[in-house]
Design a protein around this ligand. Sequence first.
Ligand code: ADP
Ligand code: MG
Length: 698
Amino acid sequence: MTEVNERSQPGFDLSTPVQYVKGVGPARARTFARLGVETVGDLLEYFPRDWNFLPAPTKIGRLQPNEKVTIIGMIESTDYQSYRRHPMFEALISDQTGVCRILWFHGGFLRDQLEPGQIIMVSGKVTQYKHQLQLTNPKFLVLEAEHEKSPEHFSGGVYPACKGLSSGQIKKIIGRVREAADQLVPEFYDKPFLKQANLISRKEAFAWIHMPPDEKKLAQAKRRLKYDELFLMQLGLALRRHKVQHFSVAAECPCTDEIDSRIRRRFPFLLTEDQNECIAEISADMGRSQPMNRLLQGDVGSGKTVVALYAALLAVANKMQVAIMAPTEILAGQHFLSIERYLKNSNVERILITGGLAGQNRSEVLDKTKSGAIDIVVGTVALLQADIEFQNLGLVVIDEQHKFGVHQRAQLRKDATPHCLVMTATPIPRTLAMTAFGDLDVSIIKHSPPGRGAVVTRWVDRRHRQKAYGFIRERLKAGKQAYFVYPRITALEQAGDVEAARDGWKYLSEKVFPDFSVELLHGQMPSARKQQIASQFRRGRINVLVSTVVVEVGIDVPNATIMVVEGADRFGLAQLHQLRGRVGRSQAKSYCLLFAETESETAASRLEIMTRSNDGFEIAEHDLRLRGPGEMFSTRQHGLPDLKIANIVDDFDLLVAARRNAFELVSQDPMLVKAEHKNIRRALLAKFGDALGLADVA
Ligand code: ADP
Ligand code: MG
C-alpha cells in the first residue's frame, strides 16, 4: 500500500483512487467500491446518513440533575430484572470521580452487549431518583480502546456502513481527506453572490457536513451542498439545451394566416383555449431554424392528437415530411385512423407502416418515403427508426402515451435535426419537468374539450362487491359498456396476469353477467384477434371487455362508462389515472370502481387520492411524494448523475433558484470560458464526464 503523508496530502485530487488515502489500501478500496466510493471525490461526497450532537464528556462527580450529559466510565456491574412489570437492565459505571446508575427499560437485549470491565460512553439526561442521580435509556457506545475516547468519535456523521467497514472507520478515513478539502473543493462563486444567496463557502460546507459543530451549521452545510448539486445538474441541462439550439439547424416552417385557417378547417370543432395556446407555442418554435424540442402534456382525451396533427400539417404546408411514432402498433393504427378522419379528401399523402407490411409493398413505401412523395408516415418507434429514409424530414412527433420517454429522444438527436414534439399522457410533476425533462420546453393541455361527463371514483371492498355488480348490471341494461382490468405484475405482461384475467373473465361471463357478452382481450393473443375484439367492442357488440392492462391501452369508446380495476392496490397512481381516462368520454356520467383490499398504508393512500382528485398533475405530484423521485424516475437514464444529497421534491425551492442561476450563467457564458467560471466548469466535467458531450463544448 502506498503511504501518503497525512498532513500535506501531496498529489491528491478528486480523482485520486481512494486506495491511496492513508488507512485504505487495496483491500479496503475494494470494500469502498461496494459502497460506490472509488475516488477521493466520492469519499468527500460520501455523506453521513445521520449526525450525533453529543455534549463533551463530563466527570461523574460533576453531574447535575436535568442536564444533558455525556459520560465515559467503566462498567462495575450489571443486573437484569426481568420479573418487574417493566423489565429493566441496570449498569453501574464509574470514573475517578464517582459511580452512576444507568437504567434501560426493556433492556433485555443488552445482556449480550454490556458486561463488567468494559469502557462505555453514555449520553442522555440526568434524572434524580431517591436522592441518587441516574441516566435512563441513554444512548451508549462500547469503547474498544482508550484512544477512542475523544468526543469527536461520538459526535458528527454516522455513515452508511457495510461488512468490513464500520461507520467509525469510514469517518476516520474521511477525516483525512476532509483536511485537504480546501484545495480539493475550490469555491464556485464570488462573495457577493454567496452573501446574496445566503450560502456558506464550499470549503465550510464539506467540513461541516462531515463534522458539524452544531445543528445550525449542519443545516447550512446541507443547504450549500444541495444547492451545488442542483446547480451542476441544471447547468448540464442548460448546456445540453444550448448545444442543441445553437449547433444544429432545423427547417423553418413559418405559419401564415392562410395556412392556419386551412389547417383549422380540418377540425369539426373549435379548438379549446389550451389547445390554441399549445399551437401558438409550437408554431413559434417551428417558425425558427433552431429545432423545436417540446413536450406536449395532457391527460388521455385532452386533445393532444389534434394539436400534433396541426403541427404535422404545418410542416407539410412547408413542404416537409413528418414521422409520427407510437409505442405500439395498435396505437399507431389508432393515430392513423384519427388522422384519416381529419384528412378525408385531403391531398396530403399519408401512410401507416406496420410490421406486417412486407415484400414489394414495403419497398414501394420505403422508396416513396425516400423520394419525398409521402408527407406523413405513421408507425411504431421501432419501425420508423429501423431503416426508413426521408427526403426532407421536418418534424417528428412521438407519442409516448404512458411512459416518460428517454431513449427515443436520445436517438433522435443523432442525425439531422427535425423539429421534435413529444406527447405524453402522463402528467409530469413540476419537479421532474425541471430535472429529468429540464432541457425540453413544455406545453400543457390542462382542460379537456367540453362535453365530457364527470367520472365518479369509488374504492370498493369485498363487502360491497355484489352491490357493485348489481350497479354495473343496471348500466349494462341501459346499453352502456364496461371494462374490467386485471393487474399486471411487471412492466411486461406476464403469464400470471393473463391467468388472472382469464379466471376473471370466466367468473364474470358464467356467474355474474351470463346474459351479456363478456369477452377477454390480452396481449398474448394474435394481433388480428385483438383487432377484431377491439372493433366489436367499439361497435357495441361486446358489453364487457375483460383485459390485462397492456393491451387495453388505446381503445376509445365513448359508450363505455364503467371502468372496474381489479386488485387496484397493485397499480401505481399514474396507471390508475390512465385507466380511469378510458371512461368519461361522452356526456354521460361515468364510474371508476377500484376493487381492492389492502393493509398497506401507501396503497390505501393511493386509492384515497384517486377517489378525491381527477387532476392528473395533482395525482402525479402525490405519486412522486409517495414513491420518491428515485423510484419513479432514474436520472441516470438521462445521463444525469444521481443526486446524493438534494431531493427534488423536498428541495424544490433550491431547485428553482439553482435552475434560474444555471440558465442565466449559460446565457452569459455559454462555453464557461471566463476565468471566474473555471472551477464550476471543472466540477461539471468531473460530474458529467462525457454524458453531456461537454468535451466538445470546451
Ligand atoms: P388525446 O390525444 O389527448 O388523447 P385526442 O386529440 O385524441 O386526445 O382527442 C380526444 C377526443 O376529443 C377526440 O375524439 C377528439 O376528436 C376530441 N376533441 C379534441 N379536441 C376537441 C375540441 N377542441 N372540441 C371538441 N372535441 C375535441
Ligand atoms: Mg390520443
